[in-house]
Design a protein around this ligand. Structure first.
Ligand code: FE2
Length: 462
């Protein structure tokens, strides 16, 4: 039987060698795909009331220089890097709140980017300020092509038709993850993100959601510089995976539904509670939350299916939603399913879709030209859930989650205007037509009661 033993050993060694080679080749591919190479135009990160970071990349090591000022003709402040490198990141500090700055960027020999009246960024208003805020939201935008570009241009043409006095075309820009298909490699980011949105990146600092496709390479956290130390407001999370930021009277929380532990006692959940406690004490009016995997969807992903996406949708629904609703989250946005789904003003639904009932609907809204939700501030006052993962592709699906008042297989993006105690959200299709429009109004008295659903009986879950 010695010959049999030898054959078995030989086969085992053969497969082991193949496995090792596969592992090495795979690591090599992930490593090389994740390297950032070549020239990349400047983009902004970690917007704050008094600071802004600017990042760019050069194909040769050089000492980066940023000049900025209050007009393109007067870029009178200069910031230089100390060491030469290819990856550049400078944080401009001591800036004035709510101020437009112009810039030019280059090296110690010459300026290469900026210098025109189109090359500006704005700092955030002071936290708590009551001013108009326009937020653009794209989801699953990582497939460059006609759909993504039409959705982008649709936003641009709509805001051109509907400008705001003395304000830029948008103030904030948030993505819901899967920013670069299929694998979030540097090359895919170049086409799907930097090339597609170059005309927005030169003004607006993106807040990027972290999706499953972003997680396939290491590029995401190299490209983006995200606040670990509460540089843009909120409570420090000590990680770039999840964090929060303030803009006027809006507090926004970005969560990681992909890689971080989602258990009730996890670091992310403990941080979330601390952050929302601080939000509650701040007196800000609005709480917006975003993460990639939707807690409710019957789009191209099914939130009832524990086997879909490793149970992440179920986890987020069961552990994260009770906390968000406890602190009165107004709007929760996700992507991952490539369609548009928008819920009622709802509360306390942590089971599967068959368990959703009238009792979870705080309000169906007042019907008119659009749907108006009138709600109170605070715990279990009702939340609107939106899935908007169709900024670059649309998938066929059942689209019949009972929590969703509106479900459609149409490409588009969300444009949200917030002012005072009033929020209006519009889902713009690729032709710049409004497909869904809803408002949320915060009532500081009892007037919301007249519009609430009589079957809603509060939440006993916590
Ligand atoms: Fe996804």
């Amino acid at each position: 039987m010695l010959w049999l033993k030898r054959i078995v050993t030989a086969v085992a060694v053969f497969f082991l060698v193949i496995l090792v080679f596969y592992g090495i080749a795979r690591t090599y591919v992930v490593y090389t795909d994740s390297q950032i190479e070549g020239n990349r135009a400047p983009y902004f990160q970690k917007q704050a009331a008094d600071a802004m970071s600017v990042l760019w990349h050069t194909d040769e090591p050089e000492i980066g220089v940023v000049r900025y000022g209050l007009s393109p003709e007067k870029l009178d402040t200069e910031l230089n890097e100390e060491l030469a490198g290819e990856a550049h990141e400078l944080r401009l500090t001591n800036l004035q709140a709510g101020q437009r700055y112009y810039y030019a960027i280059g090296n110690t020999d010459a300026m290469k980017y900026g210098g025109s009246e189109n090359d500006w960024f704005m700092t955030a208003p002071e936290t708590g300020t009551d001013t108009a805020v326009r937020l653009w939201v794209i989801g699953d935008s990582g497939k460059p092509g006609d759909i993504a570009w039409s959705v982008r241009d649709a936003m641009k043409s709509w805001v051109k038709e509907n400008p705001r006095e003395g304000k830029p075309y948008i103030d904030q820009w948030l993505t819901l993850g899967d920013n670069a298909y299929r694998s979030g490699s540097n090359q895919q980011y170049r086409f799907a993100f930097f090339d597609s949105y170059s005309s927005i990146l030169n003004n607006i600092a993106p807040w990027p959601g972290y999706g499953n496709h972003d997680a396939r390479r290491w590029t995401f956290f190299d490209i983006f510089s995200l606040p670990e130390q509460a540089e843009s407001g909120g409570v420090a999370s000590a990680t770039e995976h999840y964090y929060s930021f303030d803009y006027a009277n809006v507090h926004t929380v970005m969560l990681d539904s992909q890689d971080s532990d989602r258990d009730s006692g996890s670091e992310m959940l403990n941080w979330l509670k601390r952050d929302l406690e601080a939000y509650q004490a701040s007196g800000q009016d609005w709480l917006i939350v975003a993460f990639h995997h939707p807690p409710y969807s019957k789009g191209s992903h099914d939130s009832d299916d524990e086997g879909d996406s490793g149970g992440r949708m179920v986890d987020m629904r069961q552990t994260v939603l009770p906390v968000l609703e406890q602190y009165g989250a107004d709007l929760v946005m996700s992507g991952h399913s490539h369609g548009y789904e928008r819920s009622y003003l709802m509360d306390c639904h942590y089971g599967n879709s068959a368990q959703f009932s009238e009792k979870n609907i705080v309000s169906r809204g007042v019907e008119g030209q659009h749907i108006d939700f009138i709600k109170a501030q605070g715990a279990h006052s009702g939340t609107v859930y939106v899935v908007a993962g169709a900024s670059a592709k649309v998938d066929r699906a059942d689209m019949n989650h009972p929590a969703m008042a509106v479900s459609m297989m149409k490409a588009g993006s969300l444009l949200i205007d917030i002012e005072g105690n009033y929020l209006v959200a519009r889902y713009l299709n690729a032709d710049a037509e409004v497909e869904d429009e809803f408002t949320i109004e915060k009532s500081h008295d009892d007037s919301w009661k007249a519009h609430s659903n009589q079957s809603y009986a509060g939440c006993q879950a916590d």
